[in-house]
Write a new protein. Structure first.
Lengths: 212, 212
DNA sequence: AATTCCTTGTTCAAAAAATCACATGGCTGA
DNA sequence: TCAGCCATGTGATTTTTTGAACAAGGAATT
């Protein structure tokens, strides 16, 4: 891949995800070409920002014309490393875990939950969305067999660290944590925290602020 | 509330949410007092950062001692405006919407889904988690009756804008959008987008990056 | 009451990110 | 083929955010 390996801001990655989303909707509506200016408006960002974000990874546009939508989507996906399927292990088959298993966009977006783990004896052995729920102690043996690369933690908060330990022990390469607690893992393993209440807090704050 | 009304960075709000999470876990473990230094380590941020974030809203600590955990939690919640219950309207009772309705942390965190809307005739009239699913056209009349303040969009992407229009029309004060598409609303209404695939992309990118 | 200790709140410098502004260079039409 | 057009890619500038350093000020101890 042709890219200048300067350090890439995390905010850029977040925006690239937005660009993909908007570009896919544009493509669906029949747009073949788009300028950074129009894309910028659709994403509520500055057009220079877009050009600069893309410039980290290469030159994808045509001067005087713009960007070919399909081509740009492909290029961004390549840049992010999501031009392939990532195999995931889910730990914690409660409310959140179940919802994730049922979320059919996963494959569409390049991720596949290939194994589900839970330490609850009542759940172990149950079939779920075509997958058998297994005790997390089996992670270490199953991870290499199934080529699991990303761990998804969806346990209660007090179990998250234990889940993380299992994942680390199984040589998983990255973790996304839906449990509302922080975890400690070796620093070469990237961790992302997901908690949509953050966004609700933000909304509440913005509303409150606007009031006074 | 005692606060210097400079502009408050969005990143600060995000971190405050993390502080609350960590502080509540600390409290559960019996910690009554904590220093910015220890809290910083638990949150993986800089301790000056924490003190500065808090300083936007007031002086909550005691020099030479630290912060009283329970008191700090309360203060942060007040600062964010989540020291009360926000009533929410859900539009879209599919996979995601159902998961949200079942998510019992809502009330614990200060939000309550008080009404559920969906335009699918097969769903309208169904009872769900003690709530009847109603056509979104009824939003405008129900919103003032039920005091609905925040709208939660969980429709397919191509229905998100229509849902947003209903919410705006019903004088909702803020919107959180789980659908993978952008929406346009009057600019006095704050919108937050939630898409956890953003985080999966980020993980994939970080793993890929670490490889070469 | 005075001193020591320790952590906060704040100032100031540095780093990073966003924005502006324009030169660059493909495409189109004459 | 050449001139004109127009949106990209990028260097310069501004703004924002982060981090380091320190003065201020409660609490504990003598």
């Amino acid at each position: 891949m042709n890219m200048k390996s300067e350090h890439i801001p995390k905010a850029t990655i977040g925006r690239l995800a937005v660009y993909i989303q908007v570009l896919e909707n544009l493509l669906r509506d029949g747009n073949e070409v788009i300028s950074s200016e129009r894309l910028a408006r659709a994403c509520s960002v500055n057009s220079s920002q877009i050009r600069k974000d893309l410039a980290y990874f290469g030159e994808f546009g045509v001067r005087g014309v713009g960007y070919y939508v399909q081509e740009l989507i492909t290029s961004i996906k390549q840049s992010l490393g999501i031009d392939r399927v990532w195999k995931c292990a889910l730990i914690g088959v409660g409310n959140m875990g179940t919802a994730l298993l049922r979320h059919h966009d996963f494959e569409k977006r390049g991720f596949k939950i290939c194994a589900a783990f839970d330490c609850d004896p009542d759940k172990i052995g149950l079939e779920f969305e075509g997958m058998e729920i297994v005790c997390p102690t089996h992670l270490k043996e199953q991870a290499p067999e199934l080529n699991l690369e990303i761990g998804i933690i969806a346990t209660p908060p007090d179990r998250a660290q234990r889940a993380a330990n299992h994942l680390v022990d199984a040589n998983i390469r990255g973790i996304i944590n839906f449990a509302p607690s922080r975890i400690n893992v070796p620093k070469h393993i990237p961790v992302e925290y997901v908690d949509f209440f953050d966004h609700l807090y933000s909304i509440a704050f913005q509303i409150t602020l606007g009031n006074d």
